[in-house]
Design a protein around this ligand. Structure first.
Ligand SMILES: C[S@@+](CC[C@H](N)C(=O)[O-])C[C@H]1O[C@@H](n2cnc3c(N)ncnc32)[C@H](O)[C@@H]1O
Length: 270
């Protein structure tokens, strides 16, 4: 089965990289994504002199903004993809309070208790073992430090263009492309199992009425075609679904929606 954006982030250094980069950059300009990220940064309780870690940092966009907002705080991004790492380093320029390290989230290249706080954003859904990653984040964070995780819960993913059956099949196919589609609801539980005391959970609901926006973020057209390749929907019906979605978008009745769960916790002494 060919990859789509849902499965592509597992190994970003592939022929899909340009598409993945486009997706992250596009989302970075949308007010919803900026707002939930900003909300999650506040939960880190960042102070001058601290070191804050971003695991699976992608293009480094969060850390670049944080480094400018908190010039007296040091920020470290860890990223496995060489391509994303190169983008992050180039975009970070010569900022003295920001560094990016190559590394796997399952084996963070930092010593125990190095960071005062750590975050992970829309990446536990793609890693092999989210519980192991959460334990790594707890290991490298100081006792009393804050950990914040934001992940979608793909059971909340809705596509709708006025037609139910194919819309649900296409949304369901995308959901199954995600390695850990229900990770959003598990975040506080994962923290609890990793010696991190859960503090707060927030659910941020994204929606768009524009099929073009949904296509960049959720690869809608490609996923619809993959449904045809998998014999779930006839290709002719997929083509009709896509036309109907364009019309629905123009009439203001198209809907794509997804909830992102944000959980924060504090590292305990055990
Ligand atoms: C959806 S992107 C999110 C990037 C960034 N956190 C953001 O909010 O824009 C997922 C990121 O996780 C990275 N990733 C996936 N598996 C990883 C792993 N095992 N270790 C480190 N990074 C990983 C991908 O390369 C990609 O940069």
């Amino acid at each position: 089965m060919t990859k789509n954006i849902g499965s592509g982030f597992r190994d970003a250094d592939s022929e899909l990289f340009g598409r993945l980069l486009q997706c992250l950059d596009f989302m970075g300009e949308i007010p919803f994504f900026r707002a939930y990220k900003s909300h999650s940064w506040a939960s880190l309780k960042i102070e001058p002199g601290q070191t804050i870690l971003d695991v699976a940092c992608g293009t480094g966009s969060d850390l670049i903004q944080l480094a400018d907002r908190y010039p007296e705080t040091n920020f470290i991004g860890v990223e496995r993809s060489e391509s994303f790492l190169a983008v992050a380093k180039e975009r970070a320029g010569s900022r003295a309070n920001l560094q990016f390290l190559p590394g796997d989230a399952h084996k963070i290249p930092l010593e125990d208790r190095r960071a005062h706080g750590a975050r992970i954003d829309r990446s536990l859904q793609h890693v092999e073992a989210p519980a192991a990653v959460m334990k790594e984040m707890a290991r490298v964070t100081k006792i009393g430090g804050h950990i914040v995780a934001c992940e979608p819960d793909w059971e909340t993913f809705v596509l709708f263009n006025g037609e139910f059956d194919d819309s649900r099949k296409i949304a369901g196919f995308f959901q199954r492309s995600i390695r850990h589609p229900f990770i959003g609801r598990e975040l506080a539980s994962l923290m609890n199992q990793s010696g991190v005391e859960p503090l707060e959970t927030h659910v941020h609901a994204y929606w768009t009425g524009k099929v073009q926006e949904a296509d960049v973020i959720f690869d809608v057209r490609k996923v619809a075609d993959q449904c045809a390749e998998a014999d779930l929907i006839a290709q002719e019906d997929v083509d009709n679904w896509w036309s109907l979605s364009q019309q629905a978008s123009q009439k203001g009745i198209f809907l794509a929606a997804l909830s992102i769960v944000e959980a924060s916790g504090v590292v305990g002494s055990v």
